[in-house]
Design a protein. Sequence first.
Length: 81
Amino acid sequence: MQFQDTVKKQMRNVEFVKVQIDEIYKNGQFYSLSLHTLELTRRFNEKYQKFSEEPQEENFRELLILTERLEEKLYTSELLN
């Protein structure tokens, strides 16, 4: 049961980052992002799409890694400046 709760929480984080990325692009805020962060968003969107089509554990783990990196980039430095 605790494992399922953890996975649900992780998916909420993934979905939250997805919404934030979509908002950044919708509002044109992507111009202020570094090339590294833009590359992370590209990879995240690619992996998100792949996981949506093929929900396999490996895709999920990679998506979680990208989510964590993007959370760090987006919320600790880039959008706060």
